[in-house]
Structures are given as structure tokens and as C-alpha cells.
Design a protein around this ligand. Structure first.
Ligand code: NCD
Ligand code: ZN
Length: 413
């Protein structure tokens, strides 16, 4: 039995919280607050095919350090995860890596949508958390732009009660704008936000909402980052369509200013914007359902290549909760909302089985982010040097306590 004494609930009560376990352990919760462990609905843990960037040994440590005990992993692997067979092979590799790490993380996998393999959806429907559609190209080779294929995917998903998760950026518009803008000879990272405009995202969001209206497919719009998308989603929700929206920490906490000091390290899809005000409004009015990290690790040497060759994406899972707790201390979000966006809504939308995992946080601890201490194999973060107030201290997964001394075991040992 694990007994956490005198710990504060998010409502401010003091309680003793007990969790069934083979361990006998008492934790003094006097300076701590108890939250359900986080569910991150959007990660790229890079197995198979890009394990030089991350694998489930390093990523599971990063997750636990961030208070996360459940993750849903994206299919843009090498090879991409688009069939029942590949799903099975991927799962085997993940289970081996989690066993090595001795971290039995809860996880779910998305199937990648490929227009020639949509018959895999009914075959895999009980093994996946959703069907991921890339409407705009990003890391990996998954892409679905043909309107007839998109229509078919939405129909099949609805017939099989499968959630569609979408990377909503319009490929045709991206390609057109790339040609126009890059032909001027300029080549710098900040152009990424100028090529992939809010309209690029809104056009794709409009298209998928129409398809949801047609088939009533449950639709999860990943990394919503602009006001025009939010307006469309707000309208769809008013019409009672089963549309759910995810925001990422980087679109909430970073803006295009980041290009100045991060240059190509600031590249991410969808790109950084200057729409944080609209996003925070959507957090408070219920337009946003979840906050998912889009943890997308790449090595620094890859990120530092010239614009055009540098990959997009940020590692972020271990800072997920600390960034939100810091926002709580800045009075931008309540603890109830943090629990709603990182636990309750993901649990409802993805129909997860409840568990007893918790995270104990110290709302007053201040720490400066130091890349050297990160567990992710990528060993960098766009937030380096920021001082955050409010950090996870203990994560309890399946009755086992992971504490700070576990977190700072150097990666690889
Ligand atoms: C993701 C990655 O690297 O896997 N990158 C990103 O910029 N978000 C791919 C993606 O989800 O677009
Ligand atoms: Zn992603």
C-alpha cells in the first residue's frame, strides 16, 4: 500500500490518499498537491525507424518525469504504421523497450490513413485509438489529399466507430505558397509561418468539418493553432457535431518571436503563430477539449540544418505539466482546467479505461529548464532557460512510485 499523507486536493482539501501496491511506502504530502496522472493524446516516440531521435526507453522516462502515464503514439514512423501487421510489429518493439525501461506506460496507437489501405480500418478498429490523417505533409511520408479518399476514410471510420485524428493543413496551398515565397530567393526559418498561414489550416479544418457533418464521424483536430480554425470549431460544436479540438503547449506558450533566438529549431507543423490570445480564449470558453504535447523529438544537429532541410517538431513531454502549472501560478488557468484538458477530456474522447495513476506536484517549486537534465534522447527543448514555478515531484504508475531521484538518472544508464 502507498499512503500519501496530508496531501492537498485540487479543491484545497487535505487528505490521506491510498493506492494499492506491492510496495509499502508513506509519502509526506505536506507541500504537495494530488492530480490524476496525465494522458498525452499526441506523441511521436519514433519507434520504429527513427530511434536515433527517441525510443520508448528514453521517452517513457521523459513521460514519467512529466507526470504522464498514458500516451497515444502517432503512426508517421519508418515504415509508417498503416496496416494490422505493422501495428503488431510496432507493438512488439514498444513492449520490449518498455520492459527494458521497467516503465509499464499505458499507451495506445493510431493507425495511419493511406488511401490504398483503408480496408485495414475495420481489421484494426479494436486495437487503435484512432485513424490519423495527414492532410498536409510533415515528418514521414503519410499524406492524404485526394477528396475521394478523404470522403471514403470518413465514411469507413464512421461505420466502424473509429475516431479520426487529423493534421489539418492544406497541402495544395502549402505547395503553392512555398513556390511563390521561396522563389524570391529568401530562405529563413521565419518564412515557415508565412508559407503555412492560418488560412492553410482553416481550409483543411473546413473540409473535415464538412465530412463530419456528412457522416457524423468523431473528429479530433490536432494542434489547433489559429483563430479562423477556432471559429470553425466553435460553429461545429454549436451544431452539435462530434468535433474535438486539441491545443499544444508550444502554440499556447510560444509565438513567432521564437524564430529570433531559435531559428530553425523553432520549426514545427503547424508553425508558431501570433494567436495565443485566441487560443487562451478558446481554452476558457470550452472550444478546446485537450492539451496534447505533439512531442516530436529531432536531434539538434538535424534541427540546425538550413531551412528546407531542417525537420519540424519539438520534444516537450517532460515539460508539459510544468508549463501548465507555471501558467496556473500566472493565473492563466485553474488546476481544475489542467485536469480537464490533460486527463478528463482525453479519457472521455479516447474512451480510456480509468486507472489509479496520480502525479504529486509542488506548486511552489521553481526550476530553470536545463537541457542537460532532460530525459528525451533529443536532449533539447525550445523552452531552455525558462524558469517555471510548479513541478511534478512523484508520478505513481500502476502502484509504483517514480520519484525525483529516478527522474535524474542520466538517460542511457
Ligand atoms: C511531427 C513529427 O516530427 O513527427 N512534427 C511536427 O512538427 N509536429 C509531425 C507532425 O505531427 O506534423
Ligand atoms: Zn504530431
Amino acid at each position: 500500500m502507498i499512503e500519501i499523507r496530508n496531501v492537498q486536493t485540487i479543491q484545497g482539501r487535505r487528505i490521506t490518499h491510498k493506492i494499492a501496491s506491492e510496495e509499502t511506502r508513506v509519502i509526506d504530502g505536506t507541500n504537495l498537491t494530488l492530480l490524476p496522472a496525465l494522458i498525452d493524446p499526441h506523441v511521436h516516440f519514433r519507434t520504429p525507424g527513427a530511434e536515433h531521435k527517441e525510443n520508448w526507453e528514453t521517452a517513457s522516462r521523459a513521460a514519467i518525469a512529466g507526470g504522464v502515464t498514458t500516451v497515444f503514439d502517432m503512426p508517421n514512423n519508418t515504415p509508417s504504421c498503416i496496416t494490422a501487421q505493422r501495428l503488431k510489429e510496432k507493438k512488439q518493439l514498444i513492449d520490449e523497450q518498455l520492459k527494458k525501461a521497467q516503465i509499464p506506460l499505458h499507451y495506445g496507437l493510431y493507425l495511419g490513413a493511406d488511401q490504398n489501405h483503408l480496408d485495414e480500418v475495420p481489421k484494426t478498429k479494436h486495437q487503435i485509438v484512432g485513424l490519423k490523417i495527414y492532410m498536409g505533409s510533415s515528418t514521414g511520408d503519410l499524406l492524404m489529399t485526394d477528396p475521394a479518399a478523404l470522403d471514403k476514410a470518413f465514411r469507413i471510420a464512421a461505420e466502424n466507430d473509429v475516431l479520426i485524428a487529423v493534421h489539418a493543413e492544406d497541402e495544395e496551398m502549402i505547395e503553392r505558397r512555398k513556390k511563390e515565397i521561396l522563389s524570391s530567393g529568401q530562405c529563413k526559418a521565419a518564412l515557415h509561418s508565412i508559407i503555412r498561414t492560418p488560412e492553410v489550416a482553416a481550409r483543411a479544418v473546413h473540409q473535415v468539418i464538412e465530412l463530419t457533418a456528412k457522416y457524423k464521424t468523431r473528429l479530433y483536430i490536432a494542434h489547433v493553432s489559429t483563430k479562423p480554425e477556432l471559429d470553425l470549431i466553435r460553429q461545429a460544436k454549436k451544431s452539435r457535431l462530434p468535433v474535438y479540438a486539441e491545443a499544444t503547449p508550444h502554440h499556447l506558450f510560444l509565438t513567432t518571436d521564437a524564430y529570433q533566438h531559435l531559428d530553425t529549431c523553432a520549426l514545427v507543423n503547424p508553425p508558431l503563430r501570433d494567436h495565443t490570445e485566441a487560443l487562451w480564449e478558446a481554452i476558457h470558453d470550452g472550444t478546446i477539449d485537450t492539451i496534447g504535447t505533439d512531442h516530436a523529438p529531432h536531434l539538434l544537429e538535424e534541427k540546425r540544418r538550413a531551412y528546407g532541410s531542417a525537420p519540424s517538431g519539438f520534444p516537450s513531454i517532460e515539460l508539459y505539466l510544468a508549463l501548465l502549472l507555471n501558467a496556473y501560478n500566472e493565473k492563466k488557468i485553474s488546476l481544475e482546467q489542467i485536469v480537464r484538458f490533460t486527463h478528463t477530456r482525453p479519457q472521455e474522447i479516447f474512451r480510456c479505461k480509468p486507472n489509479h495513476d496520480v502525479v504529486l506536484v509542488d506548486l511552489n517549486q521553481s526550476r530553470t529548464i536545463d537541457d542537460k537534465q532532460l530525459q528525451t534522447k533529443a536532449k533539447w527543448s525550445p523552452y531552455a532557460g525558462m524558469t517555471l514555478r510548479g513541478w511534478p515531484c512523484y508520478t505513481i504508475l500502476k502502484g509504483r512510485v517514480y520519484d525525483p531521484s529516478d527522474f535524474f538518472v542520466p538517460a542511457g544508464t
